[in-house]
Design a protein around this ligand. Structure first.
Ligand code: DX5
Ligand code: ZN
Length: 218
């Protein structure tokens, strides 16, 4: 129940034609915004100033994915500028519960992400504290990488536990999601799908979103 969500990642968009690229994904559920600090991951994108402009410009609400150290210092700012959801990494957070509560208090959905090698069992007791959990299906840092099917068993364990607890949490996957991989992630329990190259690499991004939605729903 609850349906599925397709969140295109603007990491694959044209950074100097962002407004035009945002207009090409009007059928998306959320715009996935990858913030990287060159410390938590070996790549650098943008910070609050750029995300504030995207927030002001995008017809679709923002799903911010923070791949940064010290998220306690920075994450609230993204909630305050109006992002619908703010996701930080478990590996980078010193006080994940405190931070999740703070994001919710500001009015954002709180999300926690885990890298491919991080176990999901540590998230079980946080299920009531967050609105979404992101299971990375590539090593975070770059778009265009290959989906890692070895992450599916832990996604399945997380989905089973969420179901057992009657949790309303959204389970998100990010990395290498496209026509050939989205069905297996959906089958393992994901309901929210981030796709960068599969959407912006297509001639018609909105048509690609529609096709991904159909494949995930089958
Ligand atoms: C990777 C980012 C992803 C990335 C996905 O670290 O978190 O959101 O944009 O890109 P694709 O869909 O091309 O793998
Ligand atoms: Zn991402």
């Amino acid at each position: 129940p609850g349906g599925i969500r397709i969140n295109p990642s603007i990491l694959a968009a044209d950074f100097v034609n962002m407004q035009a690229d945002l207009a090409r994904i009007s059928t998306a559920d959320f715009v996935h915004v990858d913030v990287m600090d060159n410390h938590f991951v070996p790549n650098l994108t943008f910070g609050p100033q750029m995300v504030g402009r995207i927030q002001a410009t995008s017809p679709v609400p923002l799903d911010v994915h923070l791949m940064i150290d010290d998220p306690g210092r920075w994450a609230p700012e993204y909630a305050e500028l109006g992002a619908a959801s703010v996701t930080f990494h478990l590996e980078a957070a010193t006080e994940p519960v405190t931070l999740a509560r703070r994001l919710r208090a500001i009015g954002a959905r709180a999300g926690i992400a885990v890298k491919p090698a991080t176990a999901v069992e540590g998230l079980f007791d946080l299920l009531d504290e967050v609105d979404q959990i992101l299971v990375m299906t590539v090593e975070p840092g770059f778009g265009g990488q290959s989906f890692m099917p070895e992450t599916m068993p832990k996604l399945r364990r997380l989905a089973d536990e969420a179901r057992r607890r009657g949790s309303a949490v959204w389970l998100q996957v990010d990395g290498g999601i496209g026509e050939s991989t989205i069905a297996q992630a959906a089958e393992a329990g994901a309901d929210t799908f981030v796709a960068g190259s599969a959407v912006f690499g297509a001639g018609d991004p909105d048509a690609a979103i529609t096709a991904l939605r159909a494949t995930a729903s089958r």
